[in-house]
Write a protein that binds this ligand. Structure first.
Ligand code: FES
Length: 342
């Protein structure tokens, strides 16, 4: 029998044939982790947590998790993180896409099987955000996405460097004999120098913007650099927002609608974002029965100008996008507080 009307630890009890025994046993075992009876009586925010030694883009997740938990606790709920598969783009053979659906199933089943009232999805690297949104859409528990945020750029001589548009550009120069092995070795050490996702409007940043356009993450948070203090404030605010989603439940199926998918497609087109996002958005929307025919995409494309000048199609990096378009009129904490109060 479903325990959806129950809250916190009492949700989705393990089946021992006696509900009260199941709850007594669960509370007993949870107590062994040092939680008080009072803490265990609170609503629970699960945090789908994806750090990995094979995922450089999520290197800062321990610090981000602390901030998420701070927000959850301040808002009166109990945060409990749980691991899922993590997909680090360059560490997977033969290719990360092969594992996106596996991660989505892992996310979906762990959200559904464990006792949580809402979930924060911590992802970032290319396939992780689509996988988490797919899983959350199918589980249909109140959910909010927190992305890793992009890397900062680095320098090589007079040039700025950022993964990964510049990766191939310099490799091409090396193969053409325009730069030597000493120089390509130096560049190798400067392409990716901070935590966070690739520094351009590649798949990761496109999906971060799409998550925001869909309404699945807090407004104004997609482009905050991974190492910026605003990213931590966004994490804290995300934790608080997850608790509000318990008090006023809004399920992914109410957020990811045909209209919000259209918004996301418009944003994708206006950003000149990654074409991979079409594959991912189609899969996310498909979990909720929303079809994205190519004719629809084409119609939107005919009436949507490209509004930004970001690599790989343009000139600039995600940190420039953040600096030029976000927080023009208010300080980050004020803006986040406002969006979170709504
Ligand atoms: Fe993770 Fe590019 S390798 S976003």
């Amino acid at each position: 029998m479903s325990d959806d009307r129950e809250q916190g630890l009492a949700r989705g009890l393990t089946n021992y044939g006696d509900r009260d025994f199941s709850l007594y046993l669960r509370r007993s075992f949870a107590s062994s982790m040092g939680y008080s009876r009072e803490a265990l009586s609170k609503p629970i925010v699960g945090v789908a947590y994806t750090p990995s030694g094979f995922n450089n883009c999520h290197r800062h997740f321990p610090e981000l998790l602390d901030a998420v938990k701070r927000g959850v606790l301040a808002a009166g709920a109990l945060p409990l993180e749980f691991p899922t598969i993590s997909l680090g783009e360059v560490f997977l053979n033969p290719t990360s896409l092969k594992f996106r659906n596996l991660m989505s199933m892992d996310s979906e089943e762990m959200i559904r099987a464990q006792p949580m009232d809402a979930v924060v999805l911590m992802g970032g690297c290319d396939k992780t955000v689509p996988a988490q949104l797919m899983g959350a859409a199918s589980a249909d528990l109140p959910a909010i996405q927190l992305v890793a945020g992009p890397m900062m750029t680095s320098r090589h001589g007079d040039e700025r460097l950022g993964a990964c548009t510049d990766c191939r550009r310099f490799w091409g120069k090396y193969r053409a004999g325009d730069i030597d092995s000493h120089e390509i070795g130096a560049i190798e050490g400067r392409l990716a120098t901070t935590a966070g996702t690739c520094a351009v409007m590649g798949t990761a940043s496109t999906m971060a913007c799409i998550a925001e356009a869909l309404g699945m993450s807090l407004p104004g948070t997609a482009a905050i650099p991974a190492v910026h203090a605003d990213r931590l404030r966004a994490a804290e605010a995300t934790g608080e927002a997850a608790v509000r989603l318990i008090a006023n439940p809004i399920q992914p199926s109410q957020v990811i609608t045909r209209n919000s998918v259209e918004n996301a497609l418009r944003v994708l087109l206006a950003l000149g974002g990654s074409t991979n996002a079409i594959i991912h958005l189609t899969a996310i929307a498909g979990r909720l029965g929303i079809d994205i025919p190519l004719t629809w995409l084409n119609e939107l494309s005919d009436t949507t100008p490209v509004l930004v000048n970001l690599k790989p199609v343009g000139q600039h990096y995600m940190e420039d996008f953040f600096a030029s378009t976000i927080w023009k009129t208010s300080s980050p904490p004020a803006a986040l507080a406002r969006c979170c109060a709504n």
